[in-house]
Design a protein around this ligand. Sequence first.
Ligand code: FES
Ligand SMILES: [Fe+2]
Length: 440
Amino acid sequence: MNDQIARIRALQRPGEVHRDAYVAPDVFDMEMKHLFRNAWVYVGHASQIPGKGDYYATQVADQPVLMVRHTDNSVRVLYNRCPHKGTQVVIDTQGNTGKFFRCPYHAWSFKTDGSLLAVPLKKGYQDTEFKSSCAAKGMTPVPHVREYREFIFARINDQGPSFEDFFGDSLSSLDNMIDRSPAGRLEVVGSPLRYAHNCNWKMLVENQTDTCHPMVAHESSAGTVKDIWERQEEGTKKPMVVELALPFMSSYEFFEGMGIRIWDNGHGHTGVHHSIHSDYSDIPGYNDQMQAAYGKDRAAEILNENRHNTVYFPNLMIKGPIQTLRLFKPIAADKTLVESWIFRLVDAPDKLLERTAMYNRIINAPTSIVGHDDLEMYERAQSGLASDGMEWVNIQRLYEEGEGDEPEQIYNGTTEAQMRNQFRAWEKFMLMSMEKEGTS
Ligand code: FES
Ligand SMILES: [Fe+2]
């Protein structure tokens, strides 16, 4: 274990990260065993499983899990593993299992809280110690589950921080996204856009607060939109797609002024003062609904908070003003499954959902115009890191003494402080359980 601790500590020096953090399979295995088990990881949204028996299968760390609506209406998160011989109990990503799960191999069945309901030919176990076996307990629940305003998170290991300590004030970004609904509720709409990227998951997370790339990497896509738009006659009504794509071509000064806020435990967001989402046109009726629900001042406070990307360490990103969520699921050191989800603001005009869906389609979809620019950069970086020309990745931009000393700090919007913040948390959550094992 001491060897592993030394290996992890050697992967960072001030403002630099060793390439092995992105490419080495042994480091990836340690991330799954330690970091992703010690942190609170996003599982899903309660609206994905509205009815009793509805389930959704996903992963936490490298573990197959499912969340299910139990008969008492609570959301349970269980390991997707039959206690008999290990078969994954559900194979579809989502569905309804009725009152119980039934394993397809030998038909053991389980209540939706995981407990064992029935075993065929039960008498075969009569004179055995079956009752005291772990199999008799049924499907194992994931030990730590927390629902926060319908967002479900889970932590596998016991020694990680509490939910409140882990997220702290960063929950204000989730609150803002939810409060944008006059009813104070969100609903997932449809299935996510889901596609694999041949790169390390951390490249995707870092990109969420990388404000020095849009005007460069997206010049071919958003820049083309800009060129076409500038050739239109004056007075032409701006189409929604143009309104969404143009801000990607904003200047360095715009992004500098946006600001970046970092919080403890690797969370942070771009768009403290304004963002690429600030100048969307008003949607008729929405403001009135918000004012009726919250009062004039509170409605203005909610709607004037236009944060850009909020990263929830380790692998989640939300965009409050446009109600999208992206989850970066690690598959291997060089493979990540990316899911881009959209939400409806309950009781808000449909036009908002149309804008959200369009944003997801033009920016994040496999058929998008913008997301491919990023994908190209990640995959080039993943292969470039194999080069023996250099071993270190540089994240020194606008480094300041005292970063991470306070629970919350605000910087120039082009700093790489949030990437450094993630890597501080990365080491902390990697070592947390190693140190414990090392001393036990
Ligand atoms: S493996 Fe599930 S019932 Fe046998
Ligand atoms: Fe990008």
